[in-house]
Structures are given as structure tokens and as C-alpha cells.
Design a protein around this ligand. Structure first.
Ligand code: GLY
Ligand code: MN
Ligand code: MN
Length: 446
């Protein structure tokens, strides 16, 4: 979670951006329709302590509003205003305990709402808004409590049907339209994303510089968090700081072991800035110098990563960078004799998956695994300008793998960059983060 706007008002550029997003979304919705988006509920961590609140991305994408207990209602063409924001009313006594609220005045002045009502009045107001519409855009199944409230409001309208009110009869998932919008990043979004990335690069560099044998993984995590927090950010996802064997566990997050001389350290960590996620992985030697085997594996992953980045361009299919990466990785596994058999054999039999078991990337944006379909009409999607994705091949050689010589054991390498598809090809947004063996060793020695 970041702290950037909790107490600040939205600036003009941000207001313009959110207004444009709502307008575009409402154009796609058409008239006679209503979109309803509740903010995600607060969640209990333990007893009376909540998790730090982070509003869900769809809600934030359309409003820039980050208080809980709020509902966005969009009604294209509504004469009394298209954007209605239900949110907590101002209550000085409550605010003295739990922090400031925007209230209805703030919703209008700072968030561009046309109309705003206290959230406590929603039961009285929403049914009368619903009955003016034919089509309801709503994401069912994510917020069961709100789902049942919506059903309750519809029941109320049905009960009044005899007095001539109309019952909306088309229910459409708003995710389809909204997530396609979110897949294509505006220049405003690219600036936010680049800021998250720049902060993350600083953090990764700091971790590389601070790393010494004998430190604990959580001490390195603390160095990452220091840079994130100093910039007003939190983590976009739990950081992976895995030394040696832990680097071969894909979702290792306990970060609780000692870093040993001679091991590699895999760090997958990204800051979240204004609800935009960076997602960067680098792998480096704990003592600052790659061993022969580590370097050999690293160079294969780097070659695969560079080839996959090159294959990331408009017109390419979603799967192309993955296929390119698999080819280079399998070739390396075969040539280094980590696995027995030719590159074709390793690919055809799927045996390469013993060492590379995930996909080469995912969409990136407000969510680290961002929204957007990977297939359209049953076919892998074509890459288009303004999409952002990660490119993150790896090789993970767990200890005890049968038929793998033990000199390779516990070498886990992933290299992950964030890549924007452009008209001409691509732009690596994380390009300032060192990834060549020499550059990493130089940075660690400095
Ligand atoms: N950090 C999550 C991922 O790389 O997909
Ligand atoms: Mn990733
Ligand atoms: Mn990652």
C-alpha cells in the first residue's frame, strides 16, 4: 500500500485522467445503463486489527478514491449527473479516532463526482437509480455481501413493479469492458508505472550493494522496504528474497534464512506507487562473484530473456516471447549437459519443465498480475502498442533432481523486466537496472 494520497487532494492532471476514463467507460456502456462498483471491504487481520486498506483496482481506476465504505455509480446520460459517489459522511468525532474522510463535499470538489450521498443512505437511494435503467454493469461473485444487497434492492423494485417501475433485465459483467481498457496504458498511467519502477530499481540496487554472506534474507528485504517506504510506497506483492535452495522455490516469501557464501540470491520485488505495480527480479551472487556454474546458467537465462524481450512487439502473439525463451533455455540446458538430450527432445517431451515450469510473463499494471484477456476468440492475443507485460524466464535446479549433476544443484535464476509494447517494438521500462554479469559484479564491488 502506498501513502501518497491518503490525506491529499487529487491534482488537476489526475482529475483529468479519471474523468477521461469514466467518460470512455460510459461511452462503451451506452445509455439506459448503470454501473455499480463497491470499494473492497476492510479485512480483519487479527482480533480488532485490520490489514492496511488497499482499495480494489477497478474502483480506483475509475475514481482515484481510496476510502473504504464507498460505492461508485455511473449512469451515462443522467441529467442530474453521471458520476455518483457514495462515501462516508464527515463525522469529526470518528475522524479524530480513525483519520480524515473526504465526505460529500470532498467527493464533489476533489474527485469530480456530480452527486454524492452518505454511504449510510444507499439503501434508500440506489433502488430508485436502478429502476431508471435497463442494463446493470456489475461484477458478481467478488463481494458476496454486496451481491446480496444488490439482490435485495432488485427485490424491492420488483415489489413496486405494479406501480409501473421498470426492472432492469440485463446484467452484464463490467470486467469485460473495463479490463480491456485497463490493458492499454495511457501516458498518465505509464508515468505512474515508471515511478514505481524507478523506486524499485533503487531498492534492488541497494539490496545488491548491501548484501554480504551471513546476513539474513529478511535483512535484505528490509533494505528493499527502506527504499519503498522512503518514497511513500509499499510493496506491490510480498517480496521474494531467496538465497541458494530458496531461489528454486517459485513463491518463497518467508525470507527467513541466512545468506551463505557461494550461494546465489534471487530477489523478486516491486514497489506500488499510486496503485501501480513494478515487478522486477534480479539474481546475483551473495558474495559478489558468480561461480563458473552460476555464471553459465545465468548467461543462458539472460540470453533467453533478451531474446524474449526482442520478440515482444506489435503483431507478435502473446505466446511468442515464451516460445522464444523456452527454445534458448532448453538449448542451454542441453549444451551445458544439465539435462540429457537435444534441445528438440527437451522441448518435445516437455522435460525442460523440470527446470523451467512457469510462463515467461503476464500483463502488468495496477495489479501485478494485471487484468486483460490472454486469448481472444480462442486464439492467443496479439500484442499491441501501450500494453505492458513482464518478461521473466528462469532456470531453477532444485537439490536432488534425478539425473542432474550435483554441481548444478541449488542454482535458481530468474531475470524479470517490465516491458511496454510500442509502435516500433518495445521499451524496457526497467532498462536502468543492471542485469549483465559484469555490471552486477561491478555494482556489488563498488
Ligand atoms: N512477482 C510475481 C511475478 O513475478 O509474477
Ligand atoms: Mn512477474
Ligand atoms: Mn516478479
Amino acid at each position: 500500500m502506498d501513502r501518497l494520497r491518503i490525506c491529499k487532494f487529487m491534482n488537476r492532471a489526475a482529475q483529468k485522467e479519471y474523468t477521461a476514463r469514466r467518460k470512455q467507460f460510459m461511452r462503451m456502456m451506452g445509455e439506459d445503463s448503470i454501473a455499480i462498483l463497491p470499494a473492497s471491504p476492510e479485512r480483519t487481520r487479527n482480533r480488532d486489527v485490520d490489514y492496511p486498506y488497499r482499495v480494489d483496482s477497478d474502483f480506483y481506476y475509475l475514481s482515484g478514491f481510496r476510502e473504504p465504505d464507498a460505492v461508485i455509480v455511473l449512469m451515462p446520460g443522467r441529467i442530474h449527473g453521471e458520476f455518483i459517489l457514495f462515501c462516508r459522511a464527515k463525522e469529526p468525532e470518528q475522524e479524530r479516532w480513525n483519520g480524515r474522510r473526504s465526505g460529500q463535499e470532498g467527493a464533489l470538489a476533489d474527485y469530480g463526482a456530480d452527486d454524492s450521498f452518505p454511504i449510510s443512505d444507499i439503501d434508500d437511494i440506489l433502488p430508485s437509480l436502478l429502476e431508471q435503467c435497463e442494463r446493470v454493469y456489475y461484477t458478481i461473485g467478488c463481494n458476496p455481501e454486496f451481491d446480496s444487497r444488490l439482490l435485495e434492492w432488485l427485490k424491492i423494485i420488483r415489489q413496486n413493479a405494479r406501480s409501473g417501475v421498470r426492472i432492469p433485465d440485463k446484467f452484464v459483467s463490467l470486467e469485460h469492458l473495463l479490463h480491456d481498457m485497463r490493458l492499454f496504458k495511457s501516458s498518465y498511467e505509464l508515468r505512474q508505472l515508471q515511478t514505481a519502477i524507478n523506486i524499485s530499481i533503487k531498492a534492488h540496487e541497494r539490496a545488491m550493494r548491501m548484501c554480504r554472506p551471513g546476513m539474513m534474507e529478511y535483512e535484505i528485504e528490509a533494505e528493499l522496504l527502506y527504499e519503498f517506504n522512503k518514497a511513500g510506497c509499499g510493496s506491490a506483492y510480498p517480496s521474494i528474497v531467496g538465497g541458494g535452495a530458496n531461489g528454486c522455490i517459485l513463491h518463497y516469501t518467508s525470507n527467513s534464512d541466512e545468506l551463505k557464501n557461494g550461494d546465489l540470491l534471487l530477489i523478486d520485488a516491486g514497489a506500488e506507487y499510486d496503485c501501480y505495480a513494478a515487478d522486477i527480479t534480479r539474481t546475483f551472487p551473495v558474495n559478489g562473484r558468480f561461480s563458473g556454474e552460476q555464471k553459465a546458467v545465468y548467461e543462458v537465462v539472460l540470453e533467453a530473456q533478451l531474446a524474449a524481450v526482442k520478440a515482444t512487439k506489435p503483431g507478435a502473439q502473446w505466446q511468442d516471447p515464451h516460445h522464444v525463451a523456452v527454445k534458448v533455455l532448453a538449448d542451454g540446458m542441453s549444451h551445458l549437459r544439465i539435462l540429457k538430450g537435444s534441445v528438440d527432445y527437451l522441448i518435445e517431451t516437455g522435460k525442460y519443465r523440470q527446470l523451467y515450469m512457469h510462463r515467461t510473463g503476464h500483463w502488468l499494471g495496477m495489479d501485478v498480475h494485471d487484468v486483460g484477456d490472454y486469448k481472444v476468440g480462442g486464439e492467443w492475443r496479439e500484442l499491441e502498442p501501450d500494453m505492458v507485460l513482464t518478461v521473466e524466464p528462469g532456470i531453477y535446479i532444485a537439490e536432488g533432481l534425478p539425473d542432474v549433476d550435483e554441481r548444478w544443484w541449488n542454482i535458481g535464476v530468474r531475470i524479470e523486466d517490465d516491458v511496454l509494447v510500442t509502435d516500433q517494438g518495445n521499451k524496457v521500462l526497467t532498462r536502468n537496472m543492471p542485469k549483465k554479469v559484469r555490471d552486477i559484479e561491478d555494482l556489488m564491488a563498488a
